[in-house]
Design a protein around this ligand. Structure first.
Ligand code: IPM
Ligand code: MG
Length: 356
């Protein structure tokens, strides 16, 4: 297969973990006879620092024409003073909207051998294997009107969902559930918000076409609690943009480290965008300590969900597991007795395991 992959390293630890993901993709291409081309473009704080917009027009154009987009992380405290529409993060929101990436898929699971490092007791964590399906181009993040009043005395954001937006993300969740344990938990705040009442009724309608999939509804506060009390009770968690942002970080912490979580942001056609769930972590940047697993697992999702190369995706996942099983750990997931290695050494172990 020929595939053109646009790489957006971004800020903080983004460049380091992205180069881990690229190393894995290059080795995959070599082993399986594919021809992947990689083109790197600036985004976020890295673009602002060059005097460009957070999402330069050339970066957007390159992304639009790609077969897949691989992103590192966005966020740079040097630009915290800018208004929301100009900050590094605005590039991510602009890219999601421009590419129509309405479906954000964030798997989180308990890793064998990591039971002891997370915040939960091993018996609570056991069997956890869930996917957050987050609506990504609507809701409170994009609703109008929005803004701060001229006198600074008040500010407004708008949570809005249309029936069509809820229908298409619900279908993604139900289809995914069919490949898993056939259970969708839809998360809303229907006891307070009209948007959530619409959400719940549309999800129920969509669910009627999937009689083989069990549908539960939870209020977001209860879901947040249940995620730490009984994470293994979830299979597919279907929710809106803001709640999905919050619950996916929580799911990452439950799994042991946000550094482990990959994500895919998909539309109905190519390109999809693939990125670790973690942020730019400026304090870790340039120190060879970042956990590259989230980025490498995102590369696996790029292969599978982005390019349809499912065997190659499974091989990358297996290689990550092999490296973990060998006892190598980045510092964020190291327990007593583990061998702590840097980003580069862990990456080399995964690339090496790809060949076995
Ligand atoms: C995420 C991030 C982004 C979001 C930020 C960086 C805009 O937290 O992908 O979860 O809120 O969507
Ligand atoms: Mg987030």
């Amino acid at each position: 297969m020929n595939a053109r992959i646009i790489v957006l390293p971004g800020d903080g630890i983004g460049p380091e973990v992205t180069s881990s993901a690229v190393a894995v993709l290059e080795e995959t291409a070599r082993r399986h006879g594919h021809n992947f081309s990689f083109e790197s473009c600036p985004i976020g704080g890295a673009a602002l620092a060059e005097g460009d917009a957070a999402l330069p027009a050339a970066t957007l154009a390159a992304a639009r024409s790609a077969d897949a987009v691989l992103l590192g992380a966005i966020g740079d405290p040097r630009f915290d003073h800018l208004p929301p529409g100009e900050r590094p993060e605005s590039a991510l929101l602009g890219l999601r909207r421009a590419l129509g990436l309405f479906a954000n898929v964030r798997p989180a699971r308990a890793w064998a051998g990591l039971e002891a490092i997370g915040p939960l007791r091993p018996e609570v964590l056991a069997g956890t294997d869930l996917v957050v399906v987050r609506e990504l181009t609507g809701g409170l993040y994009y609703g109008e009107p929005r803004g701060i009043d001229r006198d600074g005395a008040s500010a407004v954001n708008t949570m809005r969902y249309t029936r069509d937006e809820v229908t298409r993300i619900a279908r993604v969740a139900f289809e995914l559930a069919r490949t898993r344990r056939r259970h969708v938990t839809s998360v809303d705040k229907a006891n307070v918000l009209e948007v959530s009442r619409l959400w719940r009724s549309v999800v129920t309608d969509v669910g009627a076409a999937y009689p083989d999939v069990r549908l539960s509804h939870e209020y977001v506060d209860a879901a947040a609690m249940k995620l730490v009390l009984a994470p293994a009770s979830f299979d597919v968690v279907l929710t809106g943009n803001l709640f999905g942002d919050i619950l996916s970080d929580e799911a990452g912490a439950v799994a042991g480290s946000l550094g482990l979580l990959p994500s895919a942001s998909l539309s109905t056609s190519r390109p999809g965008m693939f990125e670790p769930v973690h942020g730019s972590a400026p304090d870790l940047s340039g120190r060879d300590v970042a956990n590259p697993v989230g980025a490498m697992a995102s590369a696996a999702m790029l292969l599978g969900d982005g390019l349809g190369l499912h065997a190659e995706a499974a091989a990358v996942t297996a290689a990550i597991e092999t490296a973990m099983r060998s006892g190598l750990r980045t510092v964020d997931i190291a327990g007593p007795g583990d061998q702590v290695v840097g980003t580069r050494a862990f990456t080399a172990a995964v690339v090496g395991a790809l060949g076995t």
